[in-house]
Each structure stands twice: as C-alpha cells, then as structure tokens.
Design a protein around this ligand. Sequence first.
Ligand code: GDP
Length: 198
Amino acid sequence: MKINTAEFVISNSEVAKCPKDMLPEYAFIGRSNVGKSSLINMLTNNKHLAKTSARPGKTQLINHFLINKNWFLVDLPGYGYAKVSKKTKEVFQKFITDYFEKREQLVCAFILIDIRHEAQKIDLEFITYIGEIEIPLCLVFTKADKIGKVKADIAVADYRKKLLANNWEEMPPYFITSSSEGRGKEELLHYIDGINQE
Ligand code: GDP
C-alpha cells in the first residue's frame, strides 16, 4: 500500500470522544520511548506527524490520523501500570483499557517492543491482556538497526518461548522494523492493506 495522505484528525483522553466514522482502525502502542512516533512517521512518510522525543512520558492522549481517507492509524500513549486503588483492580490506565474494550472500529493492535531489551513483564502482561479480550494483535519489534540479525532472532525466539509458556498457541504475527533504516515498512503496510481488502 502506498500512503498518499495522512492527516491528523483529533486527540482525545476518552474513547467516547473518538471519531464516529466506521472506518477500520489500527492502534499502535508500547512503552514510552519504544520508537512509536518514529515508526508512525516512517509508515506515513511524514517526519513530523507523530511527535518524536528522546524523553519518555509524553501527554496521555489517543491520537487519530486518517490515512488515504479510508482508515485510521491510532497513536496511543505508552502504557504503564495504573495506580492500584482499593476500589479498582485495573492494571493498565483506564482510558487505554476503555479504548481496547469499547472501540468497535478497532481491527488490530500493533504492540511495539524494543528488540534490544529482554521480554519485560509489563509487555508480556499487556500482550496477554489484549489476547484475553480477543483483539487481533501483531508484535512490532523496533530499533532493529541497533543489533545484528543473530541477536534479533534470539529476541524473537525469547518472545515466542515466553508467550507459548503463557498459554499462547502460537507466536502472533510479528514484524522486525527499524525506522532509521525504513525497515519493515512495506511488510507492515502490506499487512494492513490485506486486512482492509478482506
Ligand atoms: P516513542 O516515545 O515511542 O514515540 O519513541 P520515539 O519515536 O520518540 O523514539 C524514542 C527514541 O528512540 C528517539 O531518540 C528516537 O530517535 C529513537 N529511535 C526510534 N526509532 C528508532 C530506530 O528505528 N532506530 C534507532 N537507532 N533509534 C530509534
């Protein structure tokens, strides 16, 4: 798929205010600093669409971008554990879980993982959560330019092993990407295009 237009539509802090259009929607999420903004900018051929920064912990908003006037790319904030109060048993921030549990237009969640780091508890928990609520998901390994192929294969194998040990029947679809090298872009867009054509 070629991206001809990518337009920022709206930022929200709650799912109820997200666009009402019934367009297919693809969400991108990961821990802060995972390289999400860089990946979105790579996918959309726009260096400034999503704001990149070397600092973690940016504003907590759900950002909708309209792509080719026929699907939404959604930039979600970095997930973290919610403060567990006595009243709630929420693990992740409520507006993030609300988004995944209520957004009907959502087709697939792309969960970003920094390929250099060993599988983190919070990432495995988030993947498990998305699986449990039966949202289709893909893993997107980022910053692959920072390590060699052998280490990248080891990182993917480690995830496979940990997910299978966590009751997953198979490794979810995954992509190995590098925003600085443009790697994984065609594969990811082709995957989205394939779903949109169904
Ligand atoms: P976000 O917080 O997840 O949106 O992450 P950013 O896209 O702002 O990236 C965080 C940091 O990682 C920045 O310093 C980026 O330049 C760097 N970064 C992001 N993607 C890549 C990549 O593919 N390769 C390399 N080498 N650095 C990257």
